[in-house]
Design a protein around this ligand. Structure first.
Ligand code: PEP
Ligand code: MG
Length: 756
């Protein structure tokens, strides 16, 4: 044994003793990393422990990285070199760590000065607890002595860590996690308030009454009271921030309440069969529900069920004081019936947990529109969670029940961080969107609902880059009339008067179904959607175009674009339809209809290669990156099983975007990016670096992205873009932009934006 080995063996014993003697895990770990760094003569030693809850490795102790990163910096399982060590459960000894394809640059931890990396897994009784790492500035491999020292030490400390974690787990025992099918928004913590109809339809028995006339009177009184309530609610919706989603909701209930044929059927059951009003309602609506089920129309089934439950509840209890509560809550519901909306105190509801799941359900749309953190399709027992603390994690589609205080503290810290940053961005919301070196980048709005705050949003944006018309269609019970559509379109054109509003023709199909246009397909994403539907149903397209053009007569700020185009004939068809709609309006009214700018969405890869063919017939292009990435990488954007393969920083995506930006410039056509990529901090850096100068996004991303743009240097980013297109790996490309963000003081924004 040489001297060095002897020293190390001695150190091994004393470190294990010292660490074991500490009574808190934190101080034990701090001692551990300090002593290892001294013994190995490394420049840095860090310990990452598995955080099962979030599926991440969290930095719990370091001697060499930024102390402020302890407890905060983390890597998801599978990310970075720590991820490699964890996944393989083998040591990794590298002289030049940054050149490893899995190297992940962690912003703000001060890791950039280190070159070499030696990581060993920490395993106790077959269970991986974390990864222990030493690093040095010098580019050298640590070698066998250090390797065996670290391996031996990690085996010894594993049992100390496991024992200490087991203690902590005892206090976390009550925690339960529920996975949902879909989610929206960020985080919320509050007590659960379970809402259920006061009388369940299942409980209603088919009983006979002695006084059918009185039952009939009761039924009609209830209908009348609900109609009055709905009218009041609809009015309130228009006046407050619940906007169009809510009024669509109300409209669908209103329709059922006004359905005289349905009322006649219930009357007949009461008068002819002598049933109680509630029994008659159950009989009539159950039959309709059964039909909807048979037709596979889940949406209609749920609406009829909600309607029946509310009617029956109102019949039994004259009043319904469901939302008489003082504190903020997370509302847990099977579905969200329209009748509840009138009473929902928006400011008291911080999250939704919905136990049923339907992508097109009103609750999904409403929650997304209102920006309320929500998880859908959560299989939990409402009675079990009522009144208990829930964490709604919209980033992970997860609900936590009764989390321990330590977990609550962490989530609260994240929520506060989110809030602080939002305030910072909001202060600059109306400032110009221009880079440090004076290059303007247009930031537009993706709209789908009319927000009451339109006036204030209008000052923040350079117009509307995408108006998703299908959202309004999803909230009606049948195809909306031309007059109804004119009203909708006038509202948004008027709200953004003087700025362009780009309306997309109906983009239904795939995950955006209409209850009244059922379509069952094995592979809907590659099926009947977007412009394909419009070509097969030209009357729908014509009605919509006429409504858009008519609404625009007063404002003159309309642009029209088509979704999902994959061929030239689709572009020509849409262009012809616009001209036809224009002349039809002119000959019917004698009023001159302003011409509109016409564009096409680039979201099917075939169109990327047809840019030159299409260019003579369009005024602009708009990239739907959500779909373009899904089709380019063959990854269903809604399938969680393959979501790890969906990557905007895939070299093929980056090169494709780069080509689109430069070719559109050569063709002298403006090009916008209106997919989610534009609203992510790294995404917008990537886009600017590839030559884009127009982005469009949901309201929630606007002030943050403007804040970031104002801190970027255009010429530096262009250089970065030139490098990015030469790289071969998603991580390498992403690291390029992560590093840039860090150098420009933007890494904290990435932390919050990327969740945890
Ligand atoms: C897109 O595909 O990026 C897009 C904006 O359209 P949607 O998300 O509505 O399909
Ligand atoms: Mg799309």
């Amino acid at each position: 044994m040489d001297d060095r080995q002897g020293q190390i063996l001695q150190a091994l014993c004393s470190i294990t003793r010292e660490v074991g003697a500490k009574n808190s895990l934190e101080t034990a770990m701090a001692t551990l990393v300090e002593r290892i760094r001294q013994t190995t003569l490394a420049d840095c030693c860090s310990l990452y422990l598995c955080d099962e809850l979030r599926q991440r490795y969290r930095l719990v102790a370091t001697d060499g990285l930024a102390p402020s990163a302890v407890g905060k910096a983390s890597l998801s399982y599978g990310q970075g070199l720590v991820g490699v060590v964890g996944a393989t459960r083998e040591l990794l000894d590298l002289a030049d760590a940054p050149s490893h394809p899995n190297f992940k640059y962690l912003p703000d931890v001060g890791e950039d000065e280190y070159k070499s990396f030696l990581g060993v897994p920490v395993i106790n009784q077959g269970e991986l607890l974390g990864v222990l790492v030493i690093q040095s500035r010098q580019q050298r491999q640590f070698g066998q002595t250090e390797e065996s020292f670290l391996v031996t030490l990690s085996a010894q400390i594993a049992s100390i860590i496991a024992a200490s974690q087991a203690e902590k787990k005892d206090s976390d025992m009550n925690l339960k996690r529920y996975k949902g099918a879909k989610a929206t928004g960020h985080l919320a913590i509050a007590k659960a308030l379970v809402w259920q109809p006061s009388v369940s339809l299942d409980e209603v028995k088919l009983l006979h009454s002695d006084d059918p006339l009185m039952q009939q009177e009761l039924f009609h009184q209830t209908i009348f009271q609900m109609q009055v309530q709905m009218d009041k609610a609809a009015l309130e919706m228009q006046e407050n921030d619940k906007g169009q989603a809510a009024s669509g909701y109300i409209a669908s209930y209103g329709k059922m309440l006004d359905d005289t044929a349905l009322q006649d059927e219930v009357d007949a059951r009461i008068l002819e069969e002598g049933l109680f009003a509630s029994s008659a309602i159950k009989k009539v609506l159950s039959a309709k529900m059964a039909m909807a089920k048979e037709d596979g129309d889940e949406e209609l089934y749920q609406e009829l069920k909600d309607f029946a439950q509310i009617l029956v509840s109102r019949l039994v209890h004259a009043s319904n004081r469901d939302f008489d509560f003082n504190e903020q809550v997370i509302l847990v519901v099977e579905s969200l019936p329209a009748a509840m909306l009138a009473e929902l105190p928006r400011e008291k509801i911080v999250g939704f947990v919905v136990t049923s799941f339907n992508t097109t359900s009103h609750a999904t749309i409403l929650a997304r529109d209102l920006g309320i953190p929500s998880v859908f399709g959560v299989e939990l027992d409402p009675q079990e969670v009522d009144g208990r603390v829930l964490v709604v994690n919209g980033c992970e589609a997860e609900v936590l029940l009764d989390p321990p205080q330590s977990v609550i503290d962490e989530f609260e810290q994240l929520i506060n961080q989110d809030r602080e940053q939002a305030d910072l961005f909001y202060k600059e919301r109306n400032l110009e969107s221009v880079t440090l070196d004076g290059v303007p980048v247009a930031v537009q709005l993706n709209a789908g609902m009319n927000h009451d705050e339109a006036e204030h949003i209008c000052d923040m944006v350079d117009g509307v880059g995408l108006y998703r018309t299908e959202i309004a269609f999803m909230l009606t019970q049948s195809f909306p009339s031309e007059a109804q559509q004119i009203e909708w379109y006038k509202e948004i054109l008027g709200d953004y008067k003087g700025k362009s509003v780009c309306m997309r023709t109906l983009d239904v199909g795939s995950d955006k179904g209409l209850p009244y246009l059922p379509c069952q397909e094995v592979n809907p994403a590659l099926g009947w959607r977007g412009i394909r539907v419009s070509m097969d149903q030209p009357q729908i397209m014509m009605t919509q175009l006429k409504a858009m053009l008519s609404a625009n007569i007063e404002y003159g700020n309309l642009e029209i674009m088509i979704p999902m185009a994959s061929r030239l004939d689709e572009v020509l068809f849409a262009r012809d339809c616009i001209q036809k709609a224009r002349s039809e309006i002119e000959s019917a009214t004698g009023v001159s209809v302003p011409d509109v700018r016409f564009g096409v969405m680039v979201e099917v890869p075939s169109l990327v290669y047809m840019l030159d063919d299409v260019a003579p017939y369009v005024d602009f292009f708009s990239i739907g990156s959500n779909d373009l990435v899904q089709y380019l990488l063959a990854v269903d954007r809604a399938n969680t099983k393959v979501s790890r393969f969906y990557d905007d920083f895939h070299p093929a995506v980056v090169r494709c975007l780069s080509y689109l930006a430069s070719r559109a410039k050569e063709l002298d056509k403006p090009i916008t990016v209106c997919g989610e990529l534009a609203s992510s901090p790294l995404g917008v850096m990537l886009l600017i670096s590839l030559g884009f100068d127009r982005v469009s996004m949901n309201y929630s991303g606007i002030s943050r992205i403007k804040y970031i743009i104002r801190r970027l240097c255009h010429s530096e980013l262009i250089e970065l873009g030139q490098k990015a297109v030469t790289l071969h790996d998603c991580t390498q490309i992403r690291n390029l932009y992560n590093k840039y963000a860090k150098d420009h003081g933007l890494s904290r924004i990435l932390d919050v934006a990327d969740g945890f």
